[in-house]
Design a protein around this ligand. Sequence first.
Ligand SMILES: *Cc1c(COP(=O)(O)O)cnc(C)c1O
Length: 715
Amino acid sequence: MVDKKNQESPNHFNLPKKIERLGELAYNLWWTWNPDAARLFSLIDEALWDETRHNPVDFLHRVERPSLNAVMDDDAYMENYTEQVALFEEYVAAKETWFSRQHAEAAGKKIAYFSFEFGLHESVPVYAGGLGVLAGDHLKEASDLGVPIIGVGFIYRQGYFTQHITEDGWQETGHYIHNFNEMPVEPVLDGDGEPLMISVQLPGREVFVRIWRVQVGRVPLYLMDTDIPKNTYNDRQLNARLYSSDPEVRISQEIILGIGGVRVLRKLGYEIDVWHMNEGHSGFLALERIREYVAAGKSFQEAKDTVRKRTIFTTHTPVPAGIDMFPVWLVERFFFNMWSELGIDRNEFINLAKQTVEWGDFFSMANLALRLSAHANGVSELHGKVSREMFNFLWPDREPEQVPITHVTNGVHTMTWLSEPMARLYETYLDKNWLDHLDDVEMWEKVADIPNEFLWKIRLEQKRKMIRFLTDRARRQWLTEAVHPVQIIAGGVMLDPAVLTIGFARRFSTYKRGNLILRDFDRLLKIINDRNMPVQIVFSGKAHPADEPGKLIIQQVYRAVKDAKTGGRMVFVEDYDMNVARYLLQSVDVWLNTPRRPNEASGTSGMKAAMNGALNFSVLDGWWHEAYNGSNGWAVGDLTDFPDTNQQDDYDASHLYDVLEKEIVPLYYNRFGNSVLPDAWLQRVKNSLRTLSPQFSMRRMLKEYIENLYVDALS
Ligand SMILES: *Cc1c(COP(=O)(O)O)cnc(C)c1O
């Protein structure tokens, strides 16, 4: 079976011939990181574009003919159309890429990349948070560099949940039912035009899986789907939602991801040379490959050695409590057939992953993944160190420094997260071909040449744009839902673009301490309501539906936001997703992050904010521990660790207020001499742009994966 494109005629949209290739652009996410191509859709009908959540497939199905006629009569539009179609063609067909030049020896090799979630764009809602967005950025950069990667994951019928906040601040969840035919994904079909299928064995039955393909530039991503009539009702629900808290559903999903994923690649005819597991959820893929080798006549030990050599495991979990584990009895029920197929017994099988904790024996996906990969890494320098200590027990005869887990610090895909005006500024002042040099530290020195007035103008314009976005959302809520008026104010209608703006947006897990800045509310009110130097704060983020403490933090934040004493200067934006994230990251002045150390393995949102001109104000955890140099942002607290979390929170919060009052706020509002610009502030922004943009780009990150891990595993 070859991996041929089975899509219906790209013109099933019935587009006029003159612009029919929009149909092709719609089915490749390339446009999502090429703003001139994105405009080909948005310019046709801006309101419909927003209404369809920037989903070009749904958009082209619904757009009306007069709107199409109007753009076809517009010379500027048609000129851009011709140019973008040509650029797209050239991009996907390119024979020579960075990878083909740098690694001619790897010609024809293939790398499989497995992840439970992929955050590529809001129109493909198969992600929950940072882990998925990292995976999405990884694929986009692989496409840009020409790295021969193939993604494997799940498509979720309901995606992640939608969030609504009640008047009392309680998170309510909703679910879309997604119609995959209205998404930029295509069914993978066999030679007879029937859905291509694989199956896996679950206790007492065979579960069938069909496959959808998302094209990410040059990189294909295959997403598995059990929602087909051949399966039982319960099995059809296996890909309903991300991160089920039911262990039986969860282990079934992970079996499909790991074992099913290998079978998908086999069925598609891929020969895979390197297998990369993004977090332990896909750990079963190594077992399936061992099984294949044993079936072909190898011993378990030989098979295991062969598999390990070609497997890479990236861990993202810095605390034992966060590790994905299953009760041993559950694993036995799902795998009792497998150990004999692997040529080992029950104990040998369980011992591959056994983790004994106070309340019993568990099967740890991280242990499994570490034992079955020869290459493993954490996602920041600090997290690498923490991981070597945390997993030292797997190598009891070694010192922590000798534990074979290295680190590759995360990065972000520049063109996915950068605002257009900033991209234009870089094109003008760094290099016309700056996109070819994203990770080039020397090129970024030229940030010094950017005139302060242009940088400042963009900062203000981006804030206006964000406020307009929030106001529009609030207006729509006011029009269509009977929400309490105070919720409209909480939605951001009183924000002011001239005011120093702090952003805090991410998942509301307790360790992220979304409420730390509220610890001394009176002191905070004084800061935000200062007559001459006011401050405003924009919060956004979801708590996992089963995370009651997380929902309580949202409630605490929301109640504070609603308090009239904040004067409308504190805001909570509902339903955080990649779209909301872009608006906030591209506009706020300060990006706040207050995790409890060392829980933040890396964190990536601060990197996105930095390259857009925000200054990070963060706990010295994850990436910020290695990124902060004293003049490219600020630290919340220092490296003092308290055994008592209350004490830690008091210490960190009081330090946070000190820095805000004494450094951040005065620097922002001090317009020295006759200047109308905060020159000292902008100097700090430039320090941040210069030192962080190349280092925390996905380009730098992917090249490190290639040079330090992939090349080794390929040899
Ligand atoms: C980048 C990103 C994240 C990760 O944010 P952290 O602050 O690193 O936890 C989560 N969600 C979305 C939508 C993102 O874009």
